[in-house]
Design a protein around this ligand. Sequence first.
Ligand code: PLP
Length: 373
Amino acid sequence: MKFIDLDRQYDVIGKEIEERMHRVVESKQFIMGPEIKELETALAEYTGRKHAITCASGTDALVIPLMALELKKEDAVFVPAFTFFASAESVVLAGATPVFVDCDSSYNIDTDNLIYQIERVLKEGKLVPKGIIPVDLFGQPADYDKLNEIAQKYNLFILEDAAQGFGGIYKGKKACSFGNVSATSFFPAKPLGCYGDGGAIFTDDDEFAEKLRSVRVHGMGSDRYDNIRIGMNGRMDTLQAAVVLPKLKIFDEEVERRNAVAKRYTENLKNDFVVPVIPENKVSSWAQFSLLAENKNQREEIIEKLKEKEIPVMVYYPVPMHLQTAFRYLGYKKGDLPGCEDYADRIFSIPMHPYLTEDEIDFVSEALITVLK
Ligand SMILES: *Cc1c(COP(=O)(O)O)cnc(C)c1O
């Protein structure tokens, strides 16, 4: 069994993907070909955002807006500690300082702890609070009503990290439509993936969108050899746009299937494990289906026993950001963010993709329950 089975998706739309890729190869418009514009229009329409700007990866989709915001080292950007490294790495790449926030039982940013961390930074007086990067972890949108309230009160920008969240919904609004600017990734294993690296940035602000487009191409001004700011080479390949376009057409159906898979897992496992709970007003895109073991030892046993049955299990994430070696210079220690430290020891994720059969879901569930007996 595969953790994410891209072959089965290829069986459905492989022909169309090959045809679209072939057309790009024939046209030789590998950089900023017409498929880029076509995809950007489709993504803006899908998310309800005014502007969608494709870029080279999900990491660039975070770095480009942070560069466009012209941050300084003393600017604090609040990031959940329970996330993939890029959410926080991007802050440092853009020249600012990340401040880590604990997560709650949804695995997303804990808004009470966020307020605590903002107040702590204000009281210490060394850093200036500038922004928040909420992460839609595992596919569930963060709590944007509360986050908007906090952002307004403290005058902070919101950069939504929807690398895992594309396709999710909060109160009728799609992921990538929250905050001042949003970022997603088309890494192959994400809910909407390409066949390499890719990403996109979303905003409703015309002026900011222009800045994002400029940073994406070497800080370009009126033409290619007029450079008005420091930027990067952050363009998405036309070939990757040709892969995402056919995938986007069947994406809603895939999100529905993921939700059906999650529902069956939940029914099977809710009496034996801590299962994810998605509130009524949200839809998850189920980038991951994560469970909690009782402790680290039990998690090891589960991983071992499932491996014997050739069921892959992954741990997202074993080390929270504030305890990462690369962030040692920030001076955090174990015990600073106890919620995510506990989850990091107990969490594990089981196979999740739109093409899992009911038999496979039941096979995985039974294997899990057997370990406990
Ligand atoms: C995958 C991921 C990223 C980075 O995306 P890449 O396309 O791999 O650069 C950023 N944030 C989160 C939460 C992710 O899961």
